[in-house]
Write a protein that binds this ligand. Sequence first.
Ligand SMILES: Nc1ncnc2c1ncn2[C@@H]1O[C@H](COP(=O)(O)OP(=O)(O)OP(=O)(O)O)[C@@H](O)[C@H]1O
Ligand SMILES: [Mg+2]
Length: 247
Amino acid sequence: MLTARDIYKGFDSVGVLKGISMTVNKGEVVALIGPSGSGKSTFLRCVNQLERIDQGEIMLDDEVMCKTENGVLTYSDEKVLRLITLRMGMVFQSFNLFPHMSVMQNLIDAPIRVKKLTKADATKKAKELLQKVGLSEKADQYPFQLSGGQAQRVAIARALCMDPEILCFDEPTSALDPELTQEVLAVMRDLAAERMTMMVVTHEMSFARDVADRVVFMEGGQIVEEGAPEVLFSSQNPRTRKFIGGI
Ligand SMILES: Nc1ncnc2c1ncn2[C@@H]1O[C@H](COP(=O)(O)OP(=O)(O)OP(=O)(O)O)[C@@H](O)[C@H]1O
Ligand SMILES: [Mg+2]
């Protein structure tokens, strides 16, 4: 479903992504692991069009976000990029809820503005998704009234309100206590069980091991190794072993 080929990206001429190629198939959960600074967030941000790449190709099914021919990178026109954006969702470490909006307003804002749903339809859907993440009673609260775990579950529900075909997570539990981490991971496990396509940057090795179909280990802007969890976690590659051993 998602194809990234030979992605290069630098900041101020410092290379951060150095030839990353990755696919995520429909219904698959891919965990992206690696040391701090290895380019995991940058890769996710490029895929979600929050950053532009320098070279390479990104496609969502047949829809081309950008491609490189004869060394020349071109991005598709705004209309195509918008269509692709609409098919993807992103959940951040820091929740990124709108602080001045209630939980319900956070959930229905984009569906109404962007997807042109009626308020009634958007609200109905938002209620279903709040129930799914176990927060029906929080609809009228504001983000500051929520625990971190609740805020992150709202952020997941908000992303789901847009019906994404693929959901990307950037360390969704890193800001949370172990207990709150578990309630967010439980929601993600449910999504995985429903075959939601997901790409998850995570330090939660137990999640990667138990839930991911495939684990990708990144270091220094390159993919060192990838494979099924049982393969990757018993890897003989010294770099992989060093990273996994250190966690
Ligand atoms: N906007 C930016 N401007 C300049 N450099 C950046 C920018 N964003 C990221 N970088 C650099 O790119 C490198 C990779 O950063 P990135 O955030 O992608 O790593 P990461 O693997 O997500 O790390 P972490 O596990 O700490 O989140 C780092 O050296 C970082 O300093
Ligand atoms: Mg990061």
